[in-house]
Design a protein around this ligand. Structure first.
Ligand SMILES: *Cc1c(COP(=O)(O)O)cnc(C)c1O
Length: 433
C-alpha cells in the first residue's frame, strides 16, 4: 500500500509536469484524479475511493465500463487482427458494422465513411458537401451555415462552424474560413417553433445560397455549446428550407446518436433524413475512438462523377477492426433490450431528482431530455472546488460554465441516479447566490 502510494505520487508528478488534459494548461493547479479501473457505473480511484459516473465519459460509455459482452468482442477480434490498412483491403468487422449502421440510421444514408474521431467525421462531412457541389459544377458553394451555440469539434473545419463565442474557439477566428451563423432556435423542445427563428435562417439562405454548400447543426440537442434542447419543428423547417435553397443538410449526431435524446437518432424527433450525418462518441460504447460520416448514394455517386473521381480523404486508422467489432457489439447490445423504456426510466429519474434544484435562487433553469439532465445556474461555477466536492461525495460530474449536467450510462440503477441528482441539488443549494 505504501509503495503503491509512492508510485502514485511519481506518476502524478509526471502527469503534472508533462501531460496536457482537455482544455487545460500544462502547468495548472487544478487537481487531476487518477483512475485505477472502472466497472459498471463506477470509477475507482487509485486510493480505492469509488465514484458514481454521471458523465458516461462524455456521452460515450452507454453500457457502462468493463462490460463482458464488449470485452469479449474486443478480445475475439484481437486474436484475429487489431488493425490492417483499409486502402485496397477490407474486413468483416467493417462490413458488418456498416451494414448495421445503414439499417438503423434515417433512410437514404447508405454510403459510409469510417474515421477515427468525431471532429474528423465533421471535416469529412464538410469535404463531401464541397466535393458534391464541385461535381455539380457549382464550385462557389463552399461555405457553411451553422447555429449559434453549436459545437462540432476542435479541428479547423469543425472549429469554423462552432459558435464563435461559446464554441471555445474564438481565439482562432482570424485563421478560420468565414462561415455564416444563424441565431440558435429560441423555441424549447416540445414547443412549436417560432416564426422568427425560421425567418432568421431563411434570410441567410435566400441571400447567400449561391455560396453555401450546407447547413450543419446538432439536431434537437445542442451539446458542448450550451446544453440546449430545441423544437423538432425547427429541424423540419430547416430540412424544407435546405431543399428549397439547394443547400445540403448535415446532421451532427455525434453526441445525440444511439439513444441519448430518447430516440435512437435525434433526427427521428422530427422524422427527417439529413443529406449527411456524423456519428461518433457512443458508437463504440465508449471503448475506442471511432466515428463515421454517412450520406446518400446520390451524393456519393455525384462525388464519383466529378473531378478527381474519388472522395479525397483516407486516414491511417480508417475502419480499425477492433473499434468496428466493438461498435457492432455495442449496437447489438442496445438492440437486445428495451432501451427506449429504459431511457424513459432514466428521464423520469432525472426529472424528479433534479426538481429539487428548480426553485433554488441559484438556478436559472432545469431541463431534461432522454438521458440528459441539465441544471443551468445564474453564475458560473468554480470548477476546482465543485469537482472536489463531487468527488468527496462519491460522484463524477464535470460541469462547465453555468452548466451542471448529467448524462449517465444507460445501465445506471435508480438509487445511483438519485444519488447523482441529490448531490447536485445539495451542492447548488450551498453555492453563494
Ligand atoms: C464531441 C463532439 C464532436 C467532436 O468529436 P470528437 O470525437 O471529440 O472529435 C463533434 N460534434 C459534437 C456534437 C460533439 O458532441
Amino acid at each position: 500500500m505504501g509503495q503503491n502510494l509512492a508510485f502514485d505520487r511519481e506518476l502524478q508528478s509526471i502527469d503534472d509536469q508533462h501531460i496536457w488534459h482537455p482544455y487545460s494548461a500544462m502547468h495548472s493547479n487544478s487537481t487531476i484524479y487518477p483512475i485505477e479501473s472502472a466497472n459498471g457505473v463506477r470509477l475507482k480511484l487509485t486510493d480505492g475511493h469509488e465514484l458514481i459516473d454521471g458523465m458516461a465519459s462524455w456521452w460515450c460509455a452507454i453500457h457502462g465500463y468493463n462490460h463482458p459482452v464488449l470485452n469479449r468482442a474486443v478480445i475475439d477480434q484481437l486474436d484475429k487482427m487489431s488493425h490492417v490498412m483499409f486502402g485496397g483491403l477490407t474486413h468483416e468487422p467493417a462490413v458488418r458494422l456498416v451494414k448495421k449502421l445503414i439499417d438503423i440510421t434515417p433512410e437514404d444514408l447508405t454510403s459510409v465513411f469510417l474515421v477515427d474521431s468525431g471532429s474528423i467525421s465533421v471535416e469529412v462531412a464538410m469535404k463531401m458537401a464541397i466535393q458534391y457541389w464541385c461535381a455539380r459544377d457549382r464550385p462557389a458553394k463552399k461555405q457553411f451555415v451553422s447555429l449559434r451555440n453549436g459545437y462540432h469539434g476542435d479541428t479547423f473545419g469543425a472549429m469554423s462552424v462552432c459558435d464563435p463565442i461559446t464554441g471555445m474557439h474564438g481565439l482562432f477566428s482570424e485563421a478560420l474560413p468565414a462561415q455564416f451563423f444563424v441565431q440558435s432556435p429560441q423555441c424549447g423542445f416540445g414547443n412549436s417553433a417560432r416564426k422568427e427563428d425560421l425567418d432568421a435562417l431563411e434570410a441567410i439562405l435566400s441571400k447567400n445560397h449561391q455560396s453555401i454548400a450546407a447547413l450543419i447543426l446538432e439536431p434537437v440537442v445542442q451539446g458542448a455549446g450550451g446544453m440546449r434542447f430545441y423544437s423538432a419543428d425547427y429541424l423540419r423547417w430547416a430540412r424544407d428550407l435546405c431543399n428549397q435553397y439547394q443547400v445540403l443538410l448535415i446532421a451532427d449526431e455525434i453526441a445525440t446518436g444511439f439513444g441519448r435524446s430518447g430516440k435512437l437518432f435525434a433526427c427521428e424527433h422530427a422524422d427527417i433524413s439529413p443529406d449527411i450525418m456524423c456519428i461518433g462518441k457512443a458508437l463504440t460504447g465508449g471503448y475506442m475512438t471511432l466515428a463515421a460520416t454517412l450520406t446518400s448514394d446520390h451524393i456519393a455517386t455525384t462525388i464519383d462523377s466529378g473531378i478527381p473521381g474519388v472522395f479525397m480523404h483516407g486516414p491511417t486508422f480508417m475502419a480499425n477492426p477492433l473499434a468496428c467489432a466493438v461498435s457492432l457489439a455495442s449496437i447489438q447490445l442496445l438492440e437486445s433490450y428495451d432501451w427506449s423504456s429504459n431511457l424513459k426510466r432514466i428521464n423520469s429519474g432525472l426529472e424528479s431528482g433534479l426538481s429539487g434544484c428548480r426553485d433554488l435562487p441559484q438556478t436559472a433553469d432545469v431541463r431534461t431530455l432522454g438521458a440528459i439532465g441539465v441544471v443551468e445556474l445564474k453564475n458560473p461555477v468554480d470548477m476546482g472546488s465543485i469537482t472536489q466536492h463531487f468527488v468527496d461525495a462519491g460522484v463524477w460530474i464535470r460541469p462547465f460554465g453555468k452548466l451542471i449536467y448529467l448524462m449517465p450510462p444507460y445501465i445506471i440503477e435508480d438509487r445511483d441516479l438519485d444519488q447523482l441528482c441529490n448531490v447536485i441539488c445539495e451542492s447548488v443549494e450551498s453555492l453563494a447566490q
